[in-house]
Design a protein around this ligand. Structure first.
Ligand SMILES: Nc1ncnc2c1ncn2[C@@H]1O[C@H](COP(=O)(O)OP(=O)(O)OP(=O)(O)O)[C@@H](O)[C@H]1O
Ligand SMILES: [Mg+2]
Length: 324
């Protein structure tokens, strides 16, 4: 029987859910616990809002910053990832393209920089590099709200197909070029060693995307855990994205219901809220009963800083004990 603790303990953990439900709080708390338990851990925020640093009370950037013993954290910044990615694309092209075309290519690249898919491609490229890095025992991703993440996770499938076709086209071109050089001699230009930097870069990227895909679909290595509130809209959104992830074969490890109200209350307003909550909790058990479910209480102070975050995570329960 799979458990939530097992899901939270996978080498690659992705924490997802609707905006504001507690993703960053849970991701940072789990990462702190893993580091305290002796694992070299990296916390990665892919959320453009960047609250991981705020939750931990430190300032983070795009490179890993050490925050505790065995814990590093970074925040992916779509803008700077896109700059880095476009620079790399530009230098590849400069190696391969005739200089007289560079002006035209520059303006094409400028247009590509501003196109809607550019930031996603760049963030995704970095995401696959992080998955490839071998220096951590655990990597915890604090993901952006659902839609964004889903596109990110469906990219390996889409991109490897596309890269495969680019690679095979490039190979054909390479073969043609060789024939031409045999006929025309070295004056025809081209790399005398027969190396092809563009082909190598395409193949490296394709192979890395394939590795990412195989990590992401392996339930021994990866789990996706959702945080939700016992409220209608986050439940509906969680349900939708869990169904969609199943279609991409991404292993869903469980659901955490956050901010569960205290059982004891004499306040009529809170009592009424608890009645509503009870209905939503029944709905959650109904929809997500095939997965492990955990419950976190609503606490009366902001769960921030190492002590606040691990204190909250320490109160994660497989059932609503508070209710008993
Ligand atoms: N169990 C809890 N009790 C009290 N406050 C909580 C609890 N969980 C989270 N919070 C607070 O709720 C707010 C939202 O939490 P958090 O930032 O973790 O959500 P998020 O899902 O990451 O949001 P976003 O989608 O904006 O990234 C934060 O101020 C956090 O400190
Ligand atoms: Mg967040």
């Amino acid at each position: 029987m799979p458990t939530l603790a097992g899901a939270l303990g996978r080498p690659i953990l992705l924490v997802g859910g609707k905006g504001g439900v507690g993703k960053t709080t849970v991701a940072a708390g789990v990462a702190l616990e893993a580091a305290a338990a002796g694992r070299r851990t990296l916390l990665v925020s892919t959320d453009p809002a960047h609250s991981a640093g705020d939750a931990l009370g430190v300032s983070l950037g795009p490179r890993p910053t050490q925050v505790e013993d065995r814990l590093w954290a970074l925040e992916l910044d779509p803008e700077s990832e896109t700059d880095r990615y476009m620079d790399e694309v530009r230098s590849r092209i400069e190696e391969a393209a005739p200089p007289r075309l560079m002006n035209e290519i520059e303006s094409q690249l400028e247009a590509a920089r501003g196109s809607p898919g550019a930031e996603e491609a760049a963030v995704f490229d970095r995401f696959t590099r992080i998955l490839d890095a071998a220096e951590y025992d655990r990597i915890v991703f604090d993901t952006a709200p659902s839609g964004h993440t889903l596109r990110l996770l469906s990219l390996p499938e889409a991109m490897t197909g596309w890269l495969d076709s680019l690679v095979s086209r490039r190979r054909k071109l390479g073969a043609l070029g060789k024939m031409w050089r045999n006929v025309a001699g070295e004056a025809a230009g081209g790399d005398a060693q027969g190396g092809d930097a563009v082909l190598e870069a395409l193949e490296e990227r394709r192979d890395r995307f394939k590795r990412s895909r195989s990590i992401l679909v392996d339930p021994q290595q990866t789990s996706f855990v959702f945080v939700t509130l016992a409220e209608r809209l986050p439940i509906l959104e969680t349900h939708r994205i869990m169904t969609a992830l199943a279609a991409h074969a991404i292993p869903v490890g469980g659901v955490i219901v956050n901010q569960v109200l205290p059982a004891e209350t004499s306040d009529p307003f809170l009592r009424r809220r608890r009645e509503m909550e009870a209905l939503h909790l029944a709905d959650i058990r109904n929809r997500f009963g095939d997965w492990p479910i955990g419950y976190l209480p609503l606490v009366d102070d902001d769960p921030v800083g190492a002590a606040g975050l691990t204190g909250l995570l320490g109160r994660l329960r497989p059932a609503q004990l508070e209710e008993a």
